[in-house]
Design a protein around this ligand. Structure first.
Ligand code: IMP
Length: 186
């Protein structure tokens, strides 16, 4: 069975293929503006765009980001472009650290929403979360985005320190994909 995924991110496609081995994973570009106020809303915008082209198959899209409690949930759905456009990871991370200067409560969570359209055209949405906190300083060379700044609960290390294998056991995306696996029954 084919599963169309609204991304060309090779890392995401590989992770999805490992978790859902019964599917032939096919990339498709939704080419839409992600302007919803929630992760779920953006995932739905993307999956609807590709599902329209693949009636009778599974389609899937994800949307993720970092929510910081002391910043009222920012960067949130603006995680990729927190410091403005064009998107810059160093600028995003620097802004986050600046906005948390002197802040004691550094609680945060990564969120990943996944929206699916099944072969009958029915929509499904699942979510994975990874609670944690924002480090006092960046640590680790692995990963991407906010990885050097995020320490998941139960760990003394950042996502970037943990490396891909350990991160993928506990990450927001892994948890959302586990929910997808249960839903699809793969
Ligand atoms: P996307 O929706 O998965 O493309 O994620 C949007 C943005 O959220 C990314 O550009 C990153 O800034 C941030 N982000 C999402 N997942 C992660 C992660 O696992 N580590 C670090 N940053 C992430």
């Amino acid at each position: 069975m084919k599963l169309f995924v609204a991304t060309h991110n090779a890392h995401k496609l590989r992770e999805i293929g490992e978790i859902l081995p019964g599917f032939e994973i096919c990339a498709d570009d939704p080419d839409v503006e992600e302007n919803a106020p929630t992760f779920e809303g953006n995932a739905l915008i993307k999956v609807r765009a590709i599902a329209a082209r693949h009636a009778g198959a599974w389609s899937m899209a994800d949307d993720s980001g970092l929510e910081v409690k002391a910043l009222d949930g920012a960067p949130g759905v603006r995680s990729a472009r927190y410091a403005g456009e064009p998107c810059s990871t160093p600028a995003n991370n620097a802004l986050l650290m600046r906005n948390l200067e002197g802040v004691a409560d550094r609680a945060a969570r990564f969120v990943c929403a996944v929206a699916l359209v099944d072969p009958a055209g029915v929509e499904h949405v699942v979510r994975g979360e990874c609670p944690g906190r924002i480090a006092r300083e960046a640590s680790g060379a692995g990963g991407f985005g906010y990885d050097p700044l995020f320490i998941p609960d139960g760990s003394a290390q950042t996502y970037a320190d943990l490396g891909e294998v350990e991160k993928n056991k506990i990450s927001h995306r892994a948890r959302a994909l586990a929910a997808v696996k249960s839903l699809i029954g793969a």
